[in-house]
Design a protein around this ligand. Structure first.
Ligand code: PHE
Length: 339
């Protein structure tokens, strides 16, 4: 019986030694120590032993049981550790790994221009207002004092929706909206999209952007207009930017002028960029026509005002030396990301 016990012990310790799985440990326990296990089977035969032998074998059997049990528990502990380590390794997150860089987008150059203009005028106390791109013939032409036969009224120049509604050809329609709704003093700019039946080329597009400005108050003069626009141009293009005011005609302003910037390439000498002129037109402006004030219920005997309008594309192209307007609409990232 002693040999049998020692053989069981050896087999049990061997299986524990070679076991690699926690579940297997449970199976070993059942095989050797369970109710129907090998050690129990031996103990059941103890009755056949002599009275002297019984306590000796009994003690030996107990010692073997304890040893197997102890070895099993230790093994289980070790296997559990291995299991945890493996799991930690599998689930590890490498915080030092560098992830793919996410590039932040930026505003389109035309939007940048609108934002810069808005910031400069906001600094002078102007409010930025929005106007609808579809407006009435009254607001785009009639109330702005446009002559009955003004060429811009012609359907060959303008997109009509019906006889009274059209895609605005100029943001000047916002002048009317503001003066109809607000009492002076007024100081607004209104950037936005306008539409004209032009063929697409390097300097034309049927859809482009303008920014209108309007100031109405008591005692405003042409001097206020000049001072404002000179300040704006120096803020936008730089302190050394020179402006040239030329007489012009607009139905809604009297007197009216066009304003040129000194050419950025030749500084006034004349070059291909400015077509030999030395100057590039960037603004239309003038003192608000008394008829326009009257049309909007403002008394021209008490109030005066000035208005101006500029092309956003033109300002952007001039500032960034872009020679073809179409580049601004093609959404080519290689072009756009330069600005
Ligand atoms: N609306 C004019 C244009 O489209 C520009 C302008 C605005 C001129 C305001 C004078 C005053 O050309």
């Amino acid at each position: 019986m002693k040999e049998q016990l020692l053989a069981i012990k050896e087999k049990a310790l061997d299986s524990i030694e070679n076991c690699t799985d926690i579940k297997e440990c449970d199976a070993i326990r059942i095989t050797f120590l369970g109710k129907k296990g090998q050690l129990t089977a031996i103990l059941k035969q103890m009755g056949r032993l002599s009275a002297e032998e019984r306590p000796v074998i009994g003690q030996m059997a107990n010692e073997i049981r304890t040893e197997i049990e102890k070895t099993l528990v230790e093994k289980q502990g070790r296997l559990k550790l291995v299991q945890i380590e493996k799991k930690l390794e599998e689930e590890a997150v490498d915080v030092t790994v560098s992830l793919k860089e996410h590039k932040l987008g930026k505003a389109h150059p035309l939007t940048q221009t609108i934002n810069e203009i808005s910031a400069i005028f906001a600094g002078m106390g102007y409010t930025v207002v929005d106007g609808p791109e579809i407006d009435t013939v009254a607001r785009v032409f009639d109330l702005l004092n446009a002559e009955e036969n003004h060429p811009s009224r012609d359907p060959s120049d303008t997109f009509y929706i019906d006889d009274n509604t059209l895609l605005r050809t100029q943001t000047s329609s916002v002048q009317i909206r503001v003066m109809q709704e607000q009492k002076p003093p007024i100081a607004i700019i209104s950037p936005g999209r306008v539409y004209r039946r032009d063929e697409v080329d390097a300097t034309h597009s049927p859809i482009f952007h303008q920014c209108e400005g309007l100031v109405v108050d008591k005692g405003l003069t042409f001097g206020d207009l000049k001072g404002t626009l000179i300040y704006f141009a120096k803020q936008y293009y730089g302190e050394d930017m020179e402006l040239r005011f030329r007489p012009h005609h607009f139905p809604f302003t009297e007197p009216s002028c066009e304003i040129d910037c000194q050419c950025f390439k030749c500084h006034g000498k004349g070059c291909p960029t400015c077509k030999g002129e030395g100057w590039i037109e960037i603004l239309g402006a003038g003192m608000v026509h008394p008829n326009v004030l009257r049309n909007c219920g403002i008394d021209p005997e008490i109030y005066s005002g000035f208005a101006f309008g500029m092309g956003i594309e033109r300002l952007t192209m001039f500032k960034h030396e872009i020679e073809d307007m179409r580049l601004l609409y093609e959404n080519n990232l290689r072009f756009l990301s330069q600005f």
